[in-house]
Design a protein around this ligand. Structure first.
Ligand code: NAD
Length: 268
């Protein structure tokens, strides 16, 4: 028996990275998933995982795309229990001073469109279903949801906004729908950048990242599967709402000294 037997999930950003890993794990735990992504990689994922996955290729910034994803779940399985808003893009840690002023409005619209507007649209498209099923919403935040220097000004502000979405929606939808987030530190993926700033996809793990993490390991993309499963499971996280679960390899608790108390200093 799987932890998510019988659950129907609408999951954005399912085509690669953390999303692909979590969807694969969800299916192994008994869930059926509408896998949404702007990239057609979700079609390949559906071929690999079989009837438990229905792919929807769409830009999650569009209301129609979110409506289509919700309709696919209803038409295929007749219900929706969980919405995961995971699609995201980065600003390549670009500081404000290095963004040309005349491009800032477009870059803001693009990045906030994916990271903030899209989870709002997705939640709006499925809210009636979730109230009916007493389901839950999970949004992917970041270390940058509550710290500086986990991105640039656009990414950090957008992920702080995700934290706000989690709290506000948890309040608005209580007691019928639980709303939580996951805040990863790093994962070995290639996040897309903003086209308005001419950015392409880049490695999320930078040189030197491993060395500054208290846990001294760059976690695998699979490292977050358990937390997403916990939050989707009504029996395992019945008392959790309005929470952002931090999984940042200790990044937010390190100070000025060596990364971890038992990490050797250079030369020791
Ligand atoms: N990788 C990290 O170090 C890290 C750290 C903290 C948080 N995160 C967050 O994790 C989430 C997943 O990112 P990832 O690292 O797995 O990267 P990823 O690029 O592998 O996954 C993001 C997915 O979102 C999709 N996407 C982007 N824009 C879209 C749009 N407009 N419409 C539909 N789909 C769209 C991409 O095609 C991609 O499949 C993001 O929200 C990211 O901000 C990642």
């Amino acid at each position: 028996m799987g932890a998510l037997d019988g659950q129907v999930v609408v999951f954005t950003g399912a085509g690669s990275g953390i999303g692909r890993a979590v969807v694969t794990h969800y299916v192994a735990e008994g869930a059926r998933v509408v896998a949404v992504d702007v990239a057609d990689t979700v079609e390949q994922l559906a071929k690999e995982l079989g009837d438990a996955v229905v792919p929807v290729v769409t830009d999650v910034r569009s209301w129609e795309g979110n409506v289509r994803a919700a309709a696919a779940a209803r038409e295929t399985w007749g219900r929706i229990d969980v919405f995961v808003g995971n699609a995201g893009i980065t600003d390549g840690a670009r500081p404000l001073e290095e963004i040309p002023g005349e491009r800032l409005t477009d870059a803001f619209s693009e990045l906030f469109g994916v990271n903030v507007l899209a989870p709002m649209l997705g939640a709006r498209a499925v809210v009636d279903d979730l109230v009916k099923s007493r389901g839950s919403i999970i949004l992917t935040g970041s270390f940058a949801s509550s710290n500086a220097a986990g991105g640039g000004v656009l990414y950090t502000a957008s992920k702080h906004a995700v934290q706000g979405l989690v709290r506000q929606l948890a309040y608005e939808l209580a007691p019928d729908v639980r709303v939580n987030g996951v805040a990863p530190g790093v994962a070995p993926t290639r996040l897309r950048g903003t086209t308005s700033l001419g950015q392409t996809a880049a490695d999320s793990v930078l040189d030197g990242t491993r060395e500054v993490l208290p846990l001294q390991e760059v976690p695998d993309v699979d490292a977050y599967n358990g937390i997403f499963t916990l939050l989707a499971s009504p029996s395992q996280s019945a008392a959790m709402t309005g929470t952002m679960v931090t999984a940042d390899s200790g990044l937010s608790i390190r100070g000025l000294a060596r990364p971890g108390g038992r990490v050797a200093e250079a030369g020791e």
